[in-house]
Ligand binder design. Structure first.
Ligand code: NAP
Length: 481
């Protein structure tokens, strides 16, 4: 399929109170592979954002009181619908985000899994019951859904970042207002349509697409009917939002930026490391918070690793993701592509040597993979989240040096370790300041595992057993039994 046609019935209106509404203003969605307009979606005003809050607030009491088993079954149906229609979801992701078909299909499948996982978690929230040490009372711990959850998601995983928030919130008994990124609103609207078809009552899920992220979000966060914020995006915007949520002491779950180190230590299996690097670096064209951002490779293997990785990258086909034969699609926009180009320019100015290893199409927001050698730790490419198919390689002389460099960042989301044997890999991992470590693997994300970062990479965890607790408030009951 090579056309820009959206899947039949893909919604474009604002989703408020169970209705698809046409707003007065519109936002244009661009296909970054062709730079042509794909669709127009609603461009919500502040008032429309607040009416979504009203709908979510009105729906909260009944949804919170709905038996967990019933909420679970709605989520399970959403999993089944999304799985049956996974190609429609992948198609929307490719068209508005630009990524390769295989990445989009992988994302859509992963996104659906959050519905399955949290369908299972909805009925497993445990409380506590124990005598106090002093023997004067019983300590009962119970959980309540927080209320209306406001969710803000980025463009790089338009389906998975939405379901990773919506599924646990709904499982917990919360209602939701979701604001997706302006570049990728169509996928989030489609996910809301899946939930509607799965039987989510009117008002439980609302989606506002807008070009005024700041104004709409400030008004929503100032509204005392909103009980929690769940944000995924850059650390810069996360900090702006934390200043606002501090005003209302609002619980705030923050999944922020990353600067993942990829360690190839002395004695590592180079071909396994290259295979892992191709996944850790190239999934989503490098536009992932989990993307390997800087490579610390032992001097004894750095030449072999660089040559083998360069050869593997050279074999990639670059072009529109809608052509399923392409391995690397477009970046989300020309603006994002140009940010990557300027990081490469800075690396050249600092004396590093970027080597372009393939040719990208001239039209569209494409960029070819580059391997950059001669990179110094502390230089531009090791300090900034690149978000593209660029591989900066730093030669290291010892495990201690690699660990010190890996930890020398304000971020702490994920690290990758190739150490030759698992025991050594685990002991290195335990010295790394990151919320997640992949050992001899290029991929760690799993709906059943706690996803999140240390330091400025975030607050809280999504997925796993922790994810539902981002939407639950513990309550302690002191009872004299
Ligand atoms: P971004 O610029 O921070 O935007 C993220 C979301 O915040 C978008 O919906 C955006 O809306 C919205 N936003 C922007 N300014 C805002 C404001 N003043 N008030 C309220 N909302 C605002 O990030 P991005 O460029 O879309 O995404 C890339 C970043 O996300 C990277 O740093 C990446 O590491 C991070 N990320 C983290 C994770 C994780 O789980 N830790 C996962 C994926 C991505 P508009 O689109 O309308 O600007």
């Amino acid at each position: 399929m090579t056309t820009d046609a959206l899947p039949t019935g893909a919604p474009t209106g604002l989703f408020i109170g169970g209705s698809w509404l046409t707003s007065a203003a519109h936002l244009e969605v661009i296909n970054p592979a062709s730079l042509t307009a794909l669709a127009q979606v609603g461009d919500a005003s502040v008032d429309e954002g607040l009416s979504a809050v009203s709908a979510a607030h009105d729906a909260f009491g009944a949804w919170a009181a709905t038996p967990a088993r019933q909420r679970s079954e709605v989520l399970r149906r959403a999993f089944e619908i999304m799985t049956a229609e996974v190609e429609d979801c992948a198609r929307l992701i490719v068209l508005e985000n630009g990524k390769a078909w295989r990445d989009a299909l992988g994302e859509a499948t992963y996104a659906a899994e959050f519905f399955r996982w949290f369908a299972e978690e909805a009925v497993r929230v445990e409380g506590g019951f124990r005598p106090s040490p002093a023997g004067d009372k019983t300590i009962i711990t119970t959980y309540q859904p927080m209320g209306v959850a406001y969710m803000i998601t980025p463009w790089n995983f338009p389906a998975a970042m939405a379901t990773r928030k919506l599924a646990p919130a709904l499982a917990a008994g919360c209602t939701a207002v979701l604001k997706p990124a302006a570049e990728t609103p169509l996928t989030a609207l489609w996910v809301a349509g899946v939930l509607q078809r799965a039987g989510v009552p009117d008002g439980v899920v609302n989606v506002v697409t807008t070009s005024q992220a700041g104004a709409v979000s400030s008004a929503i966060l100032a509204d005392d009917r909103v009980a929690t914020l769940s944000f995924t995006g850059s650390t810069f915007v996360g900090k702006l939002l934390l200043e606002q949520t501090a005003q209302r002491v609002l619980p705030s779950s923050m999944e922020l930026g990353g600067n993942a180190p990829f360690l190839v230590l002395e004695g590592a299996d180079v071909s396994a490391a290259v295979e892992g690097a191709m996944i850790a670096k190239m999934r989503n064209g490098g536009a992932a918070c989990t993307a390997a951002n800087r490579f610390y490779v032992h001097e004894s293997v750095v030449e072999d690793f660089t040559a083998a990785l360069t050869a593997a990258l050279r074999g990639l086909k670059i072009g529109p993701g809608i052509d399923r034969n392409n391995d690397l699609g477009a970046m989300v926009s020309v603006v994002e592509r140009d940010k990557i180009v300027s990081l490469l320019d800075a690396a050249r100015d600092e004396g590093a040597t970027p080597q372009e290893v393939a040719e990208a199409p001239a039209t569209g927001a494409f960029i070819a993979p580059h391997v950059v050698s001669g990179v110094e730790h502390g230089s531009t490419l090791t300090r900034n989240e690149i978000f593209g198919p660029i591989v900066p390689i730093v030669s290291i002389t010892s495990d201690d040096e690699a660990i010190a460099m890996a930890n020398d960042t304000e971020y702490g989301l994920i690290s990758y370790v190739y150490a030759g044997d698992k025991g050594r890999g685990i002991s290195v991992a335990r010295r790394l300041q990151s919320g997640m470590v992949a050992i001899d693997r290029g991929l760690a994300s799993d709906p059943a595992a706690p996803f999140g970062g240390m330091k400025e990479s975030g607050l809280g965890r999504e997925g796993g057993f922790a994810g539902i607790h981002e939407f639950l408030e513990p309550q302690y009951l002191a009872v004299d039994l």
